[in-house]
Design a binder for this molecule. Structure first.
Ligand code: HEM
Length: 293
């Protein structure tokens, strides 16, 4: 296991895991959990949102909130999302937020308010997401340092554009949009920047997700001894970006080669993988196709 062991003299450092098989095994290990974020009383703040979504909950609370998100996602039509992303991205000077714009409209924002909703989500997303560890090597406007006042204003604006739904529904919709925002923007940006030559958009996206993953690390805490002898209480950083270039799994891993087997771990694994992989791919494909045309 690639690790930085804890020392009694220093504050505990996370154990970093970067081998593909170990990252995948630990993602499936129920001994590793996501520490629950406390839920304050309802207010239009990102602190409330973080406490109300599944992503930062564990156990049965996570399961129930995840199910609510999955229920909403099941009502979305991927082909329609892809076509709408294509339509909105064509000729767009900065198409990275088109996926979240299209998603916002599919979730109930009026079509003419889609771009406004996307800006509101981009304002709240940096305060919603845990900071990237280590920071992403690719500068991303939607992973800027959080501005809490701007983030809370973004949530208030988004709630208004969604028709001020009751809090449980708002948490599901705003959580989906916040999860989607930076990840789809980075996927679009990285795919368009890749020096890929002509290839099917699906292959381009799959290899971008492996080679330049928008989500680079996942953080967990061991509630009891975990696979590989990780002791209880340890914070574990699962280095997805490194695992995606594990030479034991990927031939010539640093080479960008669309068409190779898409076995990356960028959408997570185990009990809490991304529930929106197909939606994310449909949105990004529509945008990238429109720009590459
Ligand atoms: C390229 C785009 C995306 C990537 C790479 C990505 C990746 C991920 C990953 C790795 C996780 C798991 C986090 C963990 O294990 O701690 C996750 C969770 C999640 N993602 Fe995505 N995601 C993407 C797009 C989206 C989109 C478009 C949506 C919504 C439509 C979405 C909704 C969610 C939700 C709700 C969760 C939390 C799941 C849970 O609580 O169990 N994601 N995503």
């Amino acid at each position: 296991m690639t690790s930085q062991p804890n020392s009694a003299a220093r504050p505990a450092q996370p154990v970093v895991v970067s081998r593909y098989d170990e990252v995948r095994a630990l993602l499936a290990d129920p001994a590793l959990t996501v520490p629950a974020v406390p839920r304050p009383p309802f207010s239009l703040t990102v602190a409330w949102l973080r406490g109300a979504v599944g992503r930062f909950a564990d156990g049965p609370v996570h399961a129930a909130r995840r199910a609510a998100s999955v229920g909403v996602l099941a009502g979305l039509d991927e082909r329609a999302l892809r076509a709408e992303a294509f339509r909105r991205a064509a000729g767009h000077p900065g198409p990275e937020l088109v996926p979240v714009e299209v998603l916002a409209v599919a979730l109930g924002v009026r079509a003419e308010d889609g771009a406004r909703a996307a800006r509101a989500v981009a304002a709240l997303a940096p305060a919603y997401l845990p900071p990237a560890t280590p920071p992403s090597p690719v500068a991303s406007p939607v992973q800027a340092a959080p501005d809490d006042a701007a983030a809370d204003a973004g949530l208030a604006e988004l709630s208004r554009l969604l028709g001020d739904p009751e809090p449980e529904r708002l948490a599901v919709l705003a959580g989906l949009l916040a999860q989607a925002c930076a990840a789809t923007a980075d996927l679009v940006r990285n795919a368009l920047a890749a020096d890929a030559g002509p290839c099917p958009v699906e292959d381009l996206l799959a290899e971008t997700l492996r080679h330049d993953p928008p989500v680079r690390t996942l953080r967990r805490v061991a509630v009891r001894q975990a696979a590989g002898g990780v002791p209880a209480g340890t914070t574990v950083l699962l280095d997805v970006a490194a695992a995606n270039r594990d030479p034991h799994v990927f031939d010539d891993p640093d080479r960008f080669r669309p068409g190779r087997s898409p076995r990356h771990l960028t959408f997570g694994a185990g009990p809490r993988p991304c529930p929106a992989e197909r939606i994310a791919l449909a949105l990004a494909a529509g945008v990238v196709e429109a720009i590459r045309r």
